[in-house]
Structure formats: C-alpha cells, structure tokens
Design a binder for this molecule. Structure first.
Ligand code: GDP
Length: 194
C-alpha cells in the first residue's frame, strides 16, 4: 500500500495535522521526542497509509546524542522505504520557520528543514511543505516567498503550489495540502501507465 510520510521539527503541529488527516486522536502538545518509532495510520480520505516520523529539534531534557539518534532513524527509514513512499510532507511552522532557518544557517550548519527538504528530493520522494499555523501570519505572500527562497525554490510561491501548501491544521484548513499530495499521487499513477 502506498505510503505518505510526515516529518518536521517538534511543536510545528504534526500531531494536530495527523489528527486532521486521519481522524484519530493524537497526543498534541505532549512531550516531544518521546516516540522513536514510526507510527502508521490510514489517511481517511485516500487509499494510503500515513506514517508519522518522530519530531526533531529542540527537546527539553533530551540530550544531543539522543537527538542525533532520532535523526539517523528518520533518514534510514526514508532511505529504506523511498521506493514505496508516494510523498513526503515536511511540516513547518509558518510563523517561525524562516527565522529559525536564518538563525541556523552558517558556514558549517544546515538548518534541519532545509536539510530534510533536500534529502527527500535526493531520495526521489516527492515533497510537499505543509506550512502550518498560517492563522498567525499576516504577510502571507511575503512569508511564503521568503520560505521558497530559503528552500532554493524561485519565488513567487504561487508557482510552487504542488510543493508549498499553506495550512492551519488547528482549524482544519488543510485543503492546499490535500490538493498538493493528490497531484503527486496522480503523477505516480500516470507514470505507472507507461
Ligand atoms: P507537534 O509537536 O509537531 O506534534 O505539535 P502539536 O500538534 O502538538 O502542536 C504544537 C502546538 O501548536 C499546540 O499548542 C497546537 O495547538 C499548536 N498548533 C497546531 N496547529 C496549529 C495551527 O494551525 N495554528 C496555531 N495557531 N497553532 C497550532
């Protein structure tokens, strides 16, 4: 069965989004970084499985070594199952993503979101960036254009609607994400015909 994976830093709203797309209840706002195992659920509206990979980034009481171990697990999982993965959803916090990326950019530092975005593409997993918490963002176009720029996508963001999906998971506003994922699903089906 085709699989869609969710990755993202802690606290971006991954559990909230999981609840929205699967109809299951998730422990939102819970202690991050506790789950190391990938969890699989059915995507309510579609015929595929959604896998929630552990959140990554700052976690209070979790040491550096453990954080790195989580990251290694995520990367290994994606490499192992890349052929079966229909789409990767990188969830980011629309309000803070650009600032966090800029703060962690340097000569020998690649921000997690940027690294993960490129990694997914390197292993040929079609990637959608679910830009969450858009209810907290006023200058939508400017913010999304900046995010595109940081990810190496030439702005304006509206050219990238198969990749950039602004959502507010908390209020159930996720149709740009559904549409973007569906586009990749259809691309895959079309490839199968030839
Ligand atoms: P996770 O750590 O990525 O699983 O994040 P959670 O789903 O637990 O959410 C972290 C926090 O962000 C919680 O307080 C959520 O209520 C909040 N949150 C999630 N989605 C949204 C959203 O669309 N808008 C706003 N304003 N807050 C959100």
């Amino acid at each position: 069965e085709a699989e869609v994976v969710l990755v993202g830093r802690s606290n971006v709203g991954k559990s909230t989004l999981m609840r929205e797309i699967t109809g299951h209840k998730f422990d939102t706002g819970g202690k991050p970084g506790v789950t190391r195992q990938p969890n699989h659920y059915d995507w309510a509206a579609e015929d595929f499985v959604v896998t929630d990979l552990p959140g990554f980034g700052f976690m209070s009481g979790v040491d550096e070594e453990y954080r790195e171990a989580i990251k290694t697990d995520i990367v290994q999982y994606l490499e192992e199952y890349a052929d079966n993965i229909l789409a990767g959803i990188l969830v980011v916090d629309g309000k803070s993503a650009v600032d966090i990326i800029d703060r962690h950019s340097g000569p020998d530092e690649i921000p997690y979101d940027v690294e993960m975005f490129h990694f997914l593409r390197d292993v040929d997993i079609p990637t959608v960036v679910a830009v969450n918490k858009m209810d907290k963002v006023d200058d939508t176009d400017e913010r999304l254009n900046d995010l595109c720029d940081r990810l190496g996508l030439y702005p304006p963001w509206k050219q990238w609607q198969e990749t950039i999906a602004p959502i507010t998971a908390k209020n159930g506003q996720i149709s740009p994400l559904n549409e973007a994922v569906r586009t990749h699903l259809h691309e895959q089906n079309r490839d199968d015909l030839f």
